[in-house]
Structures are given as C-alpha cells and as structure tokens.
Design a protein around this ligand. Structure first.
Ligand code: ADP
Length: 669
C-alpha cells in the first residue's frame, strides 16, 4: 500500500523529530520544511496528502498562509498543532483538525486517519456525483435523439442526428460515417474536432477504402469503395490545428449500421483518452436506435418513388383517355350529322329503316360512352369545371321527367314526380345535378321491366335522420340540412353484396338486363364524384326482383355550406399536385385556437409559427407548412383537429370548425 505523504511546517527541527518519533516511518512518508517558500514549492511538486503546521512559528505569519496553501494544493488536509489555544481566526475557519498541548501518538494517528477517511469519502462522493451528472446528461441525449429519430423520415437527417447524439454523449475527436446516397454512391462523412490537413484527409480516405472494402467482402453491399468513387464531406468543428493528429494514436470504436438484411453504412469514432464500457454501450444503443428509422426512411423513399411513378402513370392514362375520347368524338359528330341529313333529305326504302335506326341508336350510345370517359378523365385530373350557384332543383326534376318520358313510354313505364319541400335552395352546379338525375332515371328505366312505375321524389332531411347500414361511412360524414332526391323503381333490384360496388368505376352487376341495356359502368362512379364535389353523398338500397331506391343528398344553401363547397373546389382542383401545406379553416378567435393547439399537444416543432391568419371576420386559416416527409403528421394533425373540435363542442364552445383539409399547392410542371 502506498504510504501517506505528510509535510511538517515548523521553524524548529526538534518538533519535527518529536512527531517523527510518534508516527514512525512505516506507514508515513514524512517531510520537513522550515520556511514558507520551500513549503509552497514542496506542495506543488510533491503533492502531499496532509500538511501539519506549527502555530508557534516566529518567521511565518499564519494569517496569510491559508490562501497560499490552497492555491498551491487544493483539497489538502490541514492539521494545526499549538502549545495553547491561542490560534488566529483565519486558521480556525480553514484547518481540518487541531492538536493542542502535549500530543500522544494515539491522538496524532487517530486524527490523521479520521481525516484521511473523510477525505476519501468526500472524493468518492464527488466522483459519483460527477458520474451521475454525466449519466443523466447522456440519458437526456439518448432520450432526445430517440424521439427525434422517431419523427424523421429522411436518411441524411437521421445520419446527422446520429452523429450529433454520438458527439454529445461521447465527445469524440474524429468520426467517420460511411454511407451511400440515392444513386448508391459511397459517401464518407468526416467529423472532426480539429482542422484536417489535405494530407491527413487523403490518408483517411485510403484507410476507409482499404479497411471497409475488406470488412464487407462477404456482405452484399450495394457499392464498391474506391478512392475515385468515394464522395467525401468534411465537417470540422473548430479551426484548431492538431499537427500531431494521427488516428493510430487514438482509441477507436466501430460499428456497421444495419437492420436485418438492410445495410445502411458504418460509423467509426476516435478519441484520444479512450472509451469506457459505458461509452461502448451508449455507442451501440445509438446505432441500434437509428437502424430502424433508417429502414423506415428507405421504405418511405421507395414508397414515394412508387407513388410518383403511379401518379405519372395515372396522369398518362387520364390523358390517353381524354385524347382518345376527343379524337373519337369528332368523327362521331360527323356520322351523327350525316345520319340526320340522310333521314331529313332522303326518302329511304322501308327495308333500310331498321338499319338506319340501329345506326342512330348506336351512335347515340357511343357518344354517351365518350362523354362518360371524358367526364371521368376530367374529374380525375381535377379539371372539371363547376358553376356553383344558389338555386332550387324543382324545375330540373320536372325537366328530367319530360326528357325521359319518351324512353319510359317505350316500356309503358309510368314516370312520376313527388316534390316535397318545393323551393328549397341548394348551392349546386345545376347542370351537374341534371346529369346525375338523368343518369339515375335512365338506369331505373333500363333495369325496370315493362308496365311498372318509377318515381322521382325530393324532400328535406337533417343529416342525423339519414341512416343506411350499408353506407354508414358515406352518411356519417354529413352534417346539417340536405335536400334528398330519391329515384324509386320497381326493377330487377341489386343483391346486397353488390350494393356498395355499383358506385365503383366500370362496375356492372351481371343480370339479364345489363347485357341487354349495355352501358360502361361509369355513370354511377361519375355521379358519386360529382356529389363529392358538392359536399353531398349518393347511396342506394334495393331488393332483388322488387326494385331499387337511389338517393342523393345536396347540402341546403347556407353561408357555411356554400363556403365549405367553394373551398373544397379550390382544393380538388389542386389535388393533382404534391401536398406540402395543410390548411385548416376554423371559425374562432386566434387565441382560442392557439390555446387549443397547446392544450391538445398539437404543437409540433415550429410548424405553427406565424401560421394563424385571420381571413374574414372570425374565420381563421391555419396554414402549416408541412414537408413532404411529414405527410403522416399532416394527416394526424387534421384528424386530431377534426376530433377535438367536432367532438368537444362543450369544451370549445367558441370554436366552430368550418373545414379542415390538406391543400395541394400550385405546381409548375
Ligand atoms: P351503366 O352504364 O352500366 O348503367 P352505372 O354506373 O350507371 O353504369 O351502373 C352500374 C351498374 O349498377 C349497372 O350496370 C347495374 O348493374 C347497376 N344498377 C344501376 N342502377 C340500377 C337500378 N336502378 N336497378 C338495378 N341495377 C342498377
């Protein structure tokens, strides 16, 4: 065991000799100084654990000694011995122990031992405290980065966060990250505490090429690392030069970043004063924590790419349909005109009449199909034009009855109307309502046998009264008052399992009349999309062999519903483009909204800064600039706002959500 170093300061050698006799030299290294200068020098150079000071010295003023001793050796144990109680105040407050009068060996040794023990416990405590503070800090760093990882879907950002986390918790001198970019080119990112000379940088690059290629020989990595293809990035944290900097003198840790089969790169860090076992754990934890988000980020990237391709394909398809339909329409119009002229200006032999009628019927059918195709491609491209106005639909219902009376007469079907709540105003594009109604009545005539009845009814209903177990998802989105139009027939009906599908694109339910009646299966899909644009809904109920009821609901005109429809229009038109903004329109004052967002924990990063804008009176638009990567957040946010505002009316009586949606900004392409 190392001996305890003790220094005596006294102007009398015999006092030291006396102490030496009492203590002996087995457990102690004893030193003697008789003046202040030599004493201070000794303290600095030899660092004794204890100093024993004579209170009765003629040549040293004890009042000034404390400061000098503590600056020479902080934390030393100070023991004063004195022949009587006459000890200066300055020393009284500062010394650790006093020995007064005649001193026995027992007293001396026990004083030294107890002070040494105290010091030891104190040092241990201080050390533990330091470690605890460091662990707490590291835990905080780990916690912060793990929550930041979870909120990030960008690979580069994740690597940056990982580097930052490793640096904050392990304080490395140098760190390499080898990763690869979207083109599968290897990228070496070097983070360093010091500036790195070109020479050193070149050697680091060589080191990476040799080491990492060897390391991953057996792994399927998507790139080869050569000095020529390795892209390098330097991140230097200070402009301090470190000339002696050589990685071989440093301790290092290394880890690949991977998750299952996926390999994302590797990290290597260097530190001059080495790593503890806790450091190794932390390093491993951070790398493990980043692997999963990196996997998610790469999946997200793939989905994004696929989505982009799908959108492009969808656009090409819509354009194709649109071009082909236009091209078909022109010759068809010519054929139709010619047929009309032939019928008008020539007297044809009776034998030819059935053929001419067949041609006319088929031309009409073909032009119907082309119009449907054109409509669907316009709707899907967001190019459908709507001319909304506040109007009643009573005249339109009557007009549709008149137009289709001939068709109904052909099958001896009675086509009736039953208009209740006449004069109710709705906010609609009346031509589109006409189109929807013609389609429904046409279908009803098609799928109803001869001699039956078809009735067009209109009536007012509150959304809460509209119920249908098969169309709950559609009807539950409605709120407020609606004018419902119902086309009731006594036709073939639709089987329960097919009810929902009749509104899908190109959907036709197989029955004897379908084949006879022809059609494309587009009519109801168009009607559904037209009604969505009106903030309305379409649904049906039916019984096989008994008949069907097709309903559609139009929101009754009011300031709020008109406002919502106009807004929806704007968004639908821009929907084809990529979303970057979420805009939420809420009627409330901005304080209420800000509080609500805070209370409900909806503030996310700094999205909400300066985003509340007063539009019109008490209507607020809340625009969140949400990057592409955070689509999920935008969705969640919208949902939360909807839930909170709509379901907590009592808690937020001053809030009235007008509409919340994701807006797609104008795009140049
Ligand atoms: P189509 O041009 O084929 O009529 P729709 O989209 O208008 O296309 O209708 C889709 C399918 O829904 C029809 O093919 C038919 O099977 C079914 N359908 C529509 N209306 C009725 C109805 N009133 N009675 C029975 N079936 C109907």
């Amino acid at each position: 065991m190392a001996k305890t170093k003790i220094l005596f300061l006294s102007d009398k050698q015999n006092k030291f000799d006396n102490f030496e006799k009492l203590l002996g030299r087995n457990t102690y290294d004893l030193y003697f100084e008789n003046n202040e200068d030599d004493c201070l020098k000794f303290l600095i150079n030899e660092a004794p654990e204890i100093i024993i000071i004579d209170n009765d010295m003629a040549n040293i003023d004890l009042r000034f000694l404390p400061k000098k001793i503590t600056s020479a050796r902080d934390g030393i144990i100070v023991i004063i011995f004195s022949k009587d109680d006459n000890i200066p105040q300055e020393i009284l407050r500062w010394a650790d122990a006093f020995l007064v009068g005649d001193i026995s060996a027992k007293l001396l040794i026990s004083t030294i031992n107890s002070n040494l023990r105290n010091k030891l416990s104190y040092n241990l405590l201080a050390e533990t405290n330091k470690n605890n503070t460091k662990s707490l800090y590291t835990l905080k760093v780990l916690y912060n980065i793990s929550s930041e990882f979870a909120g990030t879907l960008e690979k580069d950002k994740l690597i940056e966060l990982m580097m930052d986390g490793i640096n904050r918790s392990l304080e490395f001198d140098l760190c390499y990250v080898l990763t690869f970019n979207n083109d599968n080119k290897p990228v070496l990112i070097v983070h360093s505490k010091y500036t790195i000379s070109d020479e050193l940088f070149a050697s680091l690059k060589d080191h990476a090429c040799i080491n990492y290629n060897n390391l991953f020989k057996n792994k399927k990595i998507p790139f080869e690392i050569t000095v020529d293809n390795l892209i390098c990035e330097k991140h230097i944290k200070s402009n301090i030069d470190c000339h002696t900097f050589s990685i071989y003198r440093y301790d290092n840790m290394f880890s690949p970043i991977s998750s299952g089969e996926n390999f994302f790169g590797l990290v290597e860090i260097y530190k001059e004063n080495g790593f503890t076992s806790t450091d190794v754990e932390i390093f491993r934890t951070i790398i493990q924590q980043v692997s999963m988000p990196l996997k998610n980020a790469s999946l997200y990237q793939e989905i994004k790419e696929t989505n982009k391709k799908l959108k492009k394909l969808e656009k090409i398809k819509s354009e194709f349909i649109s071009i082909v339909s236009h091209e078909l329409r022109t010759p068809l119009t010519v054929i139709k005109g010619m047929m009309d002229n032939i019928k008008r200006f020539f007297t044809l032999p009776d034998k030819m009449m059935p053929a001419v009628d067949t041609i006319s019927r088929n031309v009409k059918r073909l032009s119907g199909i082309i119009n449907d195709l054109l409509d669907i491609s316009k709707i899907e491209a967001g190019k459908m034009d709507y001319k909304f106005s506040v109007t009643t639909i009573d005249d339109t219902v009557k007009a549709v009855q008149t137009t289709l009376q001939g068709l109904a007469n052909d099958k001896n079907i009675s086509l009736l109307t039953d208009i209740q709540d006449a004069g109710t105003e709705v906010f609609v594009d009346i031509d589109r309502v006409d189109q929807i109604l013609v389609n429904l009545v046409n279908n009803a005539i098609k799928f109803t046998p001869n001699d039956k009845t078809i009735t067009i009814k209109t009536y007012l209903k509150d959304a809460s009264e509209l119920k249908d177990e098969n169309f709950d998802d559609v009807l539950s989105t409605l709120s407020g008052k609606y004018l419902v139009v119902c086309v009731q027939d006594e036709g073939v009906g639709i089987a329960k399992e097919n009810l929902k599908h009749v509104f899908d694109r190109f959907e036709q339910i197989e029955n004897s009349l379908t084949r006879e009646a022809g059609g494309t299966g587009l009519g109801l899909s168009i009607a559904r999309q037209l009604l969505e644009a009106h903030n309305g809904a379409i649904w049906c109920d039916s019984e096989l062999e008994k008949g069907s009821n097709f309903y559609f609901a139009l929101p009754v005109a009011s300031e709020k519903s008109n406002f919502m429809i106009s807004h929806k229009q704007r968004i639908n038109q821009a929907k084809v483009h990529n979303d970057k903004f979420a805009t939420i329109v809420i009627s409330a004052d901005s304080d209420v909204i800000e509080n609500l967002l805070k209370e409900e924990n909806l503030i996310h990063k700094s999205y909400l800064n300066n985003s509340l804008k007063e539009v019109d009176g008490n209507i607020i638009t809340l625009t969140l600039e949400i990057p592409d990567a955070d689509r999920n957040f935008a969705k969640l946010f919208k949902q939360k706002i909807d839930d909170t505002m709509v379901n907590n009316k009592t808690r937020y009586p001053k809030c009235d959500i007008m509409y919340s949606y994701t807006i797609y900004p104008e795009v140049s392409n």
